[in-house]
Write a protein that binds this ligand. Structure first.
Ligand code: 13P
Length: 252
């Protein structure tokens, strides 16, 4: 793909359950001060209690922010949950949906993930929908079928709204392990996802951004992001250090 048709890269940080008021202040100031003039779009997805802090620190900067999950429900007796409207109250643009940690630790099924993606869109949020196979599934040769199943569950639920989402391919075995998919391995899955999406809607399918996540670091980001169908990254550990996060953004 040449530069004129290239999708704008998105580098999104997933802080997971990390942070604290003092450490966040340092991290956010570091990100904000290095974020001007980058070709890539930047975002941080933070724990809900810090949304007000992030909103105050990043308003007026080129860096967007978002949540890491949202409730299926609009409001009501759902103790502990955070609604999409609440995320919008803090000017969130994004929300991660269906992260493998939500799928494996909180029992989120393909159907729940699809409903959450729909709920995010209904609230005016851009869902970053995560898909990816476990090591066991990869070794059994099931990567394509698992990723296709996870992807199509969401895409078929969204109808005409495909153009409004972001997808992140995060092989579970590469998350937080220091093991990254090689650029060729990741591109192969991304190309397969692209073909599926183009089959559903040629224009939207070509425009949807497909992020890679799983031990993306400053030293491997450039090669991953150079692949045709890798349009950015969903960054865990390396998003907790401003220099590393910005170095990845610069590689995009
Ligand atoms: P790491 O970058 O720490 O491997 O985490 C990836 C991830 O799960 C982002 O959502």
């Amino acid at each position: 793909m040449n530069q004129t048709t290239r999708r704008r890269a998105l580098i999104a940080g997933n802080w997971k359950m990390n942070g604290g008021i003092a450490a966040n202040a340092v991290l956010l100031e570091g990100i904000r001060s290095g974020a001007n003039g980058l070709a890539a779009e930047l975002a941080v997805c933070v724990p809900a209690p810090y949304l007000a802090q992030v909103q105050a620190a990043l308003s007026g900067s080129p860096v967007a922010w978002g949540g890491q999950d949202l409730s299926l429900h609009a409001s009501g007796a759902y103790t502990g949950e955070v609604s999409g409207a609440m995320l919008r109250d803090f000017d969130c643009q994004f929300v991660i949906v269906g992260h493998s940690e939500r799928r494996s630790l909180h029992g989120e099924t393909d159907a729940i993930v699809a409903d959450k993606a729909r709920q995010a869109l209904a609230c005016g949020l851009t869902p970053i929908v995560c898909v990816g196979e476990t090591l066991e599934e990869r070794e059994a040769g099931h990567t394509d079928s698992v990723v296709s199943r996870q992807l199509m569950a969401v895409v078929s639920a969204l109808g005409q709204q495909l153009a409004k989402i972001v997808i992140a391919y995060e092989p579970v075995w590469a998350i937080g392990t220091g093991k990254t998919a090689t650029p060729e391995m990741a591109q192969q899955v991304h190309a397969q996802m692209r073909a599926l999406l183009v089959g559903v809607d040629p224009v939207a399918g070509r425009g949807v951004r497909l992020l890679y996540g799983g031990s993306m670091k400053p030293d491997n980001a450039r090669d991953l992001l150079a692949m045709d169908d890798i349009d950015g990254g969903l960054i865990g550990g390396a998003s907790l250090k401003a220099d590393d996060f910005l170095a990845i953004a610069k590689a995009a």
